[in-house]
Write a protein that binds this ligand. Sequence first.
Ligand code: PLP
Length: 366
Amino acid sequence: MTRGNAPAPRPGILDISPYVGGEASAPGFDRPIRLASNESALGPSAKAIAAYRALAGEIHRYPDGGAEALRAALGRFHGLDPRRIVCGAGSDELIALLLRAYVGQGDEVLYSRHGFLMYAIGAKAVGATPVAAPERALTADVDALLARVGRKTRVVFLANPNNPTGTYLGKAELERLYRGLPSSVLLVIDAAYAEFAAPLDYDPGARLVERAENVVMLRTFSKIYALAGLRLGWAYCPPAVADVLDRVRGPFNVNAAAEAAGVAAVEDVEALQRARAHNDRWLPWFSQRILSLGLELSPSVANFVLARFPEEEGRNAGAAFLHLQSRGILVRKVKAYGLPSHLRITIGTGEEMEKVAAALGEFLAR
Ligand SMILES: *Cc1c(COP(=O)(O)O)cnc(C)c1O
């Protein structure tokens, strides 16, 4: 029952369909195979776990509000200026902060049709209109994006590589997108899967950030570093944008455990290389298996694949999801991304990938 004077949220908020994360449990399985959220198959660096544990005696203390140690470690490892780095509770927080700072009621936020869901959700949360540009072959289309930039456009989000499609734009296309944008429009390159992307023409965008006033690169510790539960991400920004983010973020937005584990993770280069090598081996292996089962695949450069299922009842994506779930295997439905015929499957351990491939073979042979 609604009463006349109940508190009302701001316009746009009730248009949001809340983000639903990947499935985490399968009935009847204590430890299901979880391939629904793209966390690295090998788990976090042992050194990151040790740093997290070592912090237990210090949790009565406020964290380092400026995340100095983490920014310094990131600067050293990536060869970046730490003063341009702003850390957040996951890159999700940084997406929300950028929107809060640069976008308001009636503005437009542009993204690519099958781009990461949080861009449209975040835009609605600040009363803005999300505008989706169509893609070509499940890949962001620079011309389609530029054609939709108008007077009201404030921010363009590009996940590169994109989730859930796994496709990417090469350096030259990224440059063309940047050059086509008015300098008043902020281009946010969300490089959550940068560490996995092997192609020679792939570039996460840091050098572009350094020569532009309107480009931000986002990175996360949730994927290759497998620290998703701690919530840690960072933005590499033009100085003026870093200054703005520092004004709008909470003073202790990154918790102490996340910072400690993050520093140790960045410094554990061997763990990073192992995770990358694992993906370099199993992504092609699994892709080949999927193709040999007769499913369509978009060419992924990240740590997941997007497989397309037939439309017929009993053989479609929904039926495949249920079949895998009944075998204790959790993958991601991507209907909310406008892809009702697809499932996204994270690259897990070798044993897990063999099991999913076998279960899919069984499903398609029925
Ligand atoms: C997973 C993901 C994120 C979210 O990362 P958090 O740091 O965990 O908030 C951001 N962007 C894309 C494209 C992702 O897939």
